[in-house]
Ligand binder design. Sequence first.
Ligand code: SF4
Length: 364
Amino acid sequence: MAGLYVHIPFCAKRCLYCDFFSTTQLGQRERYVEAVVREIRMRRNETDEPIRTIYLGGGTPSQLPAVSIARILDAAGRDGKEEITMELNPADATPEYLSELKRTGIQRLSIGVQSFQDELLLLIGRRHNAAQAIRAIRMAQEAGFENISIDLIYALPTQTMAQWMADIDRAIEMKIQHISSYGLMYEEGTALTLMRDRGQITPTDEETENEMYDSLCERLRQAGFVHYEVSNFALPGLEAKHNSSYWDGTPYIGVGAGAHSYTGNTRSWNPDDLEAYLRGIENGSLEREKEVLSEKDLYNERVMLGLRTNKGIPESYLDVHNGREVVTGLTRKQQWLRRTEDGRLVATQKGIHVLNRIIEDLMI
Ligand code: SF4
């Protein structure tokens, strides 16, 4: 199977921590939808395998009216799809909009909650407050969405452990099926990084961040969630199919400005410049940059992505690339990796804290 990712780069306002490709030029939305529909029609048969999952991500896909979402899905085709996900900003949720989205064929929502604490949402420049986040989840449930994911961020400046645990408990209490959770990253050039550099905010120390992560894993495990990827947790059987394809090497086509595609041994990407993308599609001259992956690149990628998941990587795979001694060290001495009965290596909880070091050791 293959996946289709559609990037919708529009945001009503920029969050202070964000370095994703997004734009506040909302006046270009209609033109952009036309371009995306055209690109999907041109490229939907690019992989040998049929497209089974669709993911509308951003930016903020919920800045598009439901009729535009329907046009995009018409172009992609809804038949035979196992999962169609769309990201939703809580500030855009209304009962009417959510019912319309349901009718377009969106099966799964990924809601950008980030926190249920007003002061923290304000601090990172989100458009919504906690009450709106709660309302958005309820509205989505009432509109009939039975597979809802939310994003939660930890290690936010001033965030206490009590606030963090309250956020996790709120998600459990609200009967969310899937949680993606990330520690705050200070990306170069973002407003939040500037605030840190000026001493206006203090980043969370590493020890507290690790404690927050471990508490998240533990609490969600107790609540019956499967920790299937470093940052992703799902009730059994509700692991994200589209996102899983990124980690297990399934091909995907990425359409829209800045979107990346992967076809097994080639990676390509559209320009992350709105005007260059629109003109390229409109003139039929879109140039995508391309990289052909060598055996070494593919091996490194499999190690890097596989070890992020609870399936890990086959140990035999490492044998081919002289990882034997390193693996022995990592499993016996450090206990950062464990062997499964079917001969795979999976990062332990202790190992996840130092995953980048493990990956570096195993890469060639
Ligand atoms: S809504 Fe999402 S994509 Fe847009 S600025 Fe905020 S974090 Fe970035």
